[in-house]
Design a protein around this ligand. Structure first.
Ligand SMILES: O=C(O)CCC(=O)C(=O)O
Length: 270
């Protein structure tokens, strides 16, 4: 991945990560002027009355695992204003709310326009940019993606626990009709135990702070947790290496498809 961010007059070239195809923070940190302000008030003004999907649960990590999570993890469509209030005051509600993987370029022009534009080595912008907004304790359970990802953290702090692609057999992936095999069925406690038992080349942690950019290569497993009100944008490009991995990605899909079903489009189940 070779990316650049257009910061007004200056084109900042982010150095190529090189041949070390493992999750790496890029050496370039975006200056505060390029990050902008991302308080709850700013976000509320920018999103105004947009309706969006919010994940929520009593425990922090939203985990779409129907066999264990029935009745524990939910999604609901609500006005952004309400979602952001719940995120800001989650301690008061005793529930974790997470705006997760919200497509940025389709409906959220005002926010999209404030985020530095990244391009790859052939000057293509990412086909997908998705937004994550959550408070302390929220995050995403262990999964991997086929595209390469540059995760830009605009506010707060995002912790990644990553596992190399060759750990897949230890991580018990599953698939559904809607999803590929890219989610683990292990509990979060089991994921953390496994990480300590594997060598640091196969499993390690990275903290990404406001202004920092993490390169997450295709097919690397990752689990995230947010600290403080955290705003992050994932920039997703399908790299040539994704093509090579495509077969193993599909393999689990075929083998595991009949076992589990989960309807991500289902609305609030409370
Ligand atoms: O920030 C998050 O919670 C998840 C980010 C992520 O896993 C992704 O973009 O693939």
């Amino acid at each position: 991945v070779f990316a650049a961010a257009d910061l007004g007059q200056t084109l900042v070239r982010i150095p190529e990560v090189g041949t070390a195809l493992q999750p790496t923070k890029l050496s370039r940190v975006l200056p505060p002027t390029a990050l902008g302000s991302w308080t709850v008030r700013d976000l509320t003004n920018l999103l105004a009355n947009v309706d969006l999907w919010v994940e929520y649960s009593l425990t922090g990590l939203f985990a779409p695992r129907p066999e264990v999570n029935e009745g524990q993890f939910f999604r609901k469509c609500m006005p952004a204003r309400e979602a952001l209030e719940r995120i800001a005051f989650e301690g008061h509600y005793s529930v974790n709310y997470y705006i997760s993987a919200l497509p940025l370029d389709k409906r959220l022009d005002k926010i999209a326009g404030r985020i530095p534009q990244f391009v790859n080595g052939t000057a293509d912008p990412p086909p997908d940019r998705v937004l994550f907004i959550g408070n302390t304790g929220t995050g995403s359970c262990l999964h991997y993606d086929l595209p390469d990802n540059l995760m830009l953290v605009l506010a707060g702090e995002k912790h990644f626990l990553t596992f190399s692609p060759d750990c897949s057999d230890d991580l018990a992936p599953y698939s559904t009709e809607h999803r590929c095999c890219n989610f683990s069925t292990l509990s979060d406690a089991a994921v953390r135990r496994l990480a300590t038992s594997l060598g640091s080349e196969r499993a390690f942690e990275i903290t990404v702070r406001a202004g920092e950019i993490l390169y997450m290569p295709s097919c690397w497993w990752h689990r995230t947790t947010n600290h403080g009100l955290t705003v992050g944008v994932a920039h997703l490009w399908a790299a040539p290496s994704a093509e090579r991995e495509h077969e193993s990605y599909r393999r689990y899909d075929k083998n595991l498809r009949p076992r589990l079903r989960f309807d991500m489009s289902a609305s609030d189940k409370v």
